[in-house]
Design a protein around this ligand. Sequence first.
Ligand code: SAM
Length: 349
Amino acid sequence: MEHSSFTSAAVLEDGPDALSRLQDRHGRLITDLRVSITDRCNYRCVYCRTGNVGAQYAELPIAAYVRMVRAFVDLGIEKVRLTGGEPLLRRGLTDLISELASMRTINRSPLDLAITTNGHLLEDQAWRLRDAGLNRITVSMDAVDAETAARITRVPGSFDHVLKGIQAAQRAGLEPVKVNCVLLRGFNDDQIVPFARFSRERGVVVRFIEFMPLDEDRSWTLDSVVSYSEVKTRLESLRPLVKLDPTTSGETAVRYTFDDGIGEIGIIAPVSRAFCGECSRIRVTSDGKIRTCLFSQSEHDLYAILQRGGTDNDLASFIRRTVIMKEARHHIGEPGFLKPSRSMVHIGG
Ligand code: SAM
């Protein structure tokens, strides 16, 4: 009931165009889709996965992801980010990228097509991804020294692979490469200044991310989060920071450079400075379920509709009905907060 009355209100206020754009009941336009294309991963990062091997995997045929993404794009999605698990493990990845690169938004522009990877296999794949039509890449790297990196990924030698992957992406022209670092107190909070130097020397954008309660081991505590203000203070011990304007509306990172204009650092602070009011994201898990928030307690099975022979209209109306229910915000750190039943590796970060 509430949903249909909201829809009519949106149509009355904004005219018929409101019907063709995805919007939730809080008035947020949804333009950014993250799709997990596998929940397999070759790393077992301490903030994401348990150290135990032997989980069940869920992947769909590439054609199913294409069909689902197309349904979202026809409703106003402008950016698509492929993630996982580790997307570079996925057979058929370049075919998927080629298909997505040929799609057009409802404004007839090409999709903004990005991928998030741990970079382990990137040295071999960077050119192929670029040739297939990939626009942007984010590489997760949580330390700029080999020993700390191995302690976090639980894979010896990971640092060298990732570094070579970043260099290959730069050579392939996927610039600027973004490097994501999840900060964990006691693991890599000593890496803030070294990462700032890394950004300045290597020409990459480094983004520090606050640790969220999405780890399989359920070890998250508020104390383990290295907050926005702490990161900023540490960076300022290197050189004075200069704030940069957002590049897009709804940008999650607060961006800085240094007083000499060299280097770029973003701080993404979903815990200490939540940005839910600006959220324009929706997610599809590797098994084809829509998640309206990282911290949702329920999922919505889009693939089931496709499997039952659903038409494009069936997919579109299911997506609309689901998106409208997007949660107003998360409740991390509040009494009664419930961790989602699936961790980041299954949801897709
Ligand atoms: N395997 C790819 C990678 O490593 O980038 C893609 C999947 S990974 C789940 C996507 C992103 O989620 C990574 O940047 C990772 O650092 C981040 N992530 C995973 N668990 C997290 C957590 N508990 N808190 C914050 N970020 C997390």
